[in-house]
Design a protein around this ligand. Structure first.
Ligand SMILES: [Zn+2]
Length: 246
């Protein structure tokens, strides 16, 4: 397997986790090289080959959701064939160990969660809309229904746009920080911004996750060209956060 995969390998209790980057795939041009998303203009055949590379790296078939910036969560069936990735949701939860959960991003937050004791894993796509709409709270609730306990959950918030780069209109910052005060931020150049990572951390710690179990030490996608960034380039690919039970 190519050494370019994974781009980041966060430690998550009871799970194997990785974040892909741009390197290690077979795509070209704006999508070079490891785009994992359909419907962004890349060739389906290339996307399929890239997905196969990531599945081989994690050692299990990947389950993707059809992401729509919603707060909706899908819990995989406990048994049966690997679900076809046409589920509309922005988070996936499972106790299964024969599949890997994958979530695609290019500036939004890829959030990976694992409760080793309960044997429950999850992935969530947390952009501004999903985060403010409660996608993380809903994901934790779905994990709890499978036996997870917040105090036992470790989390990794992967490469994503940082609070010093994510410039937004003043009104959007005001509205967002009313819902989630930790999102209030300033760009490096002094204009209104949102810090979605800080917002996500506040949701997770507010729900009871130990702060020491939340990993946020990953690059900013706008600043680091190892990752796709929609803000940097509208015509671009998507990278993924992937988790599988160990
Ligand atoms: Zn940044």
């Amino acid at each position: 397997m190519t050494s370019a995969l994974p781009a980041r390998a966060p430690r998550l209790r009871g799970a194997r986790a990785l974040f892909t980057g741009r390197a290690g795939g077979v795509g070209a041009g704006d999508y070079a090289t490891l785009n994992l998303a359909r419907h962004v203009g890349d060739e389906d055949g290339v996307v399929d080959r890239n997905r196969a590379l990531v599945a081989a790296e994690i050692g299990a078939p990947l389950v993707f959701a059809e992401q729509v910036h919603s707060p909706d969560v899908h819990v995989l069936p406990e048994h049966g064939p690997v679900p076809v990735p046409v589920i509309t949701a922005d988070a996936l939860v499972t106790r299964r160990s024969d599949v890997a959960l994958a979530i695609m991003v290019a500036d939004c937050l890829p959030v990976l969660l694992s409760d080793e004791t309960a044997g429950v894993i999850a992935v969530a796509h947390a952009g501004r809309a999903g985060l403010l709409g409660g996608v993380l709270e809903n994901t934790l609730a779905a994990m709890a229904e499978l036996g997870a306990v917040a105090e036992q959950i470790s989390a990794s918030i992967g490469p994503s746009i940082c609070g010093s780069c994510y410039e937004v209109p003043e009104e959007m910052r005001a509205d967002s920080s009313l819902v989630l005060p930790a999102t209030w931020s300033l760009t490096r150049w002094g204009t209104p911004a949102l810090d979605l990572r800080a917002g996500a951390v506040s949701v997770l710690t507010g729900a009871g996750l130990p702060a020491a179990e939340i990993d946020v030490d990953h690059p900013c996608t706008l600043e680091c060209e190892d990752f796709f960034s929609y803000r940097r380039q509208a015509r671009t690919g998507r990278f993924a956060g992937v988790v599988r039970r160990r």
